[in-house]
Design a protein around this ligand. Structure first.
Ligand code: HPA
Ligand code: ZN
Length: 326
């Protein structure tokens, strides 16, 4: 349709993307073979069939299992380069991607192999596709505060190439308050601060991310809508929400895309953006998220433009890059 063409033609930014969640089944097989890893799947079709989730944890179990094929610096390079090539086709011009170092270092992979593979691919993506990028180190919230501090220490040699820290993995039972001190340390180190909050967790977790972690963006934030005072505050502060519609659908945060709150969020004045989260697991990259949500919610061109604009405004673009893109 015309609206689909309109979406595809717009230059866009992606602010909520876990690089490990862009591992496609085909690449999972290829890397398993290369590294002699045995997968619990017989075929690419078997993998796709297994991606049928009832909640966040069911996804996370397969997401961490899938990571087992990522072993060498080259693997992390190939993973990241494949993502950039794919979103270049979606006319994505700027990305801010999360990586989960603890998902790798806890398997005996060196932090340096993980981050250097990713950073080399991001540099090549700038050269080959003109995509500007930032890297965000995300802590796994089901692990301890102490483990997060150890991971932050491993990042010290790379501080000039890490834009911020994030908080992801199993939300319920692991509130932001658990990581108040490590976020304070990251803030002192000059890092930007992000946290997943209000995906499955209650509005209180969003308050904690704001008040205790002092985050610069909220990842997801859907359940904020249950609290009118919180909505008012997020609007007043123009806090960016990195919303992920197809992720919300696949993880049963919404029952149907027609029930997705994205249009309501915009109507309320919330600074919502559209992102893919874990595109390989959730069935769509950036344009798929825009297009399927636009169709389900009858988004107007104006609403699409607002979402795209929010993406660039919510990004941490260098002044030169902002002049180019905005
Ligand atoms: N939520 C929490 N943790 C995650 C996600 C998510 O959507 N994707 C990867 N890790
Ligand atoms: Zn996420």
């Amino acid at each position: 349709t015309d609206l689909h063409r309109f979406i595809k033609a717009l230059p866009k930014a992606e602010l909520h993307l876990h690089i490990e969640g862009s591992l496609e089944p085909e690449q999972m097989f290829e890397l398993a073979q290369r590294n002699n890893v045995t997968l619990p799947y017989g075929s690419v079709e078997d993998i796709r069939k297994a991606y049928d989730f009832n909640n966040l944890q069911e996804f996370l179990d397969l997401y961490y299992a899938g990571m087992s094929v990522l072993q060498t610096q080259q693997d992390f390079y190939d993973l990241t380069y494949a993502y950039l090539k794919r979103v270049h086709a979606d006319n994505c011009r700027h990305v801010e991607i999360f990586f989960d170092p603890q998902g790798h270092t806890d398997r005996g992979i060196a932090f340096s192999d993980v981050i250097e593979g990713i950073l080399d691919a991001l540099a090549q993506g700038q050269t080959d596709f003109g995509i500007s990028s930032h890297l965000i180190l995300s802590f796994l919230r089901h692990l301890s505060e102490e483990a997060a501090f150890e991971t932050l220490a491993q990042a010290e040699p790379y501080l000039d190439r890490i834009m911020g820290v994030g908080l992801d993995s199993s939300e319920l039972g692991h509130p932001p308050s658990k990581f108040e001190r490590v976020f304070a340390k990251a803030r002192e180190m000059g890092l930007k601060l992000f946290a997943h909050a209000g995906e499955e967790g209650p509005p209180e977790y969003v308050y904690e991310a704001l008040d205790l972690l002092k985050v610069d963006r909220i990842d997801h934030g859907n359940r904020s809508l249950e609290d009118d005072d919180l909505v008012k505050r997020l609007v007043d502060e123009q806090m960016v929400l990195t919303v992920c519609p197809l992720s919300n659908l696949k993880l049963c945060v919404v029952d149907d895309l027609t029930d997705h709150p994205l249009k309501t969020m915009l109507a309320m004045g919330l600074k919502a953006t559209v992102n893919s989260d874990d595109p390989s697991y959730f069935g769509g990259y950036l344009n798929d998220n825009y297009i399927q949500t636009a169709d389900a919610l009858n988004l107007t061109q104006e609403e699409i433009v607002q979402l795209v604009k929010n993406g660039f405004e919510g990004a941490y673009l260098s002044p030169d890059r902002a002049t180019e893109l905005m």
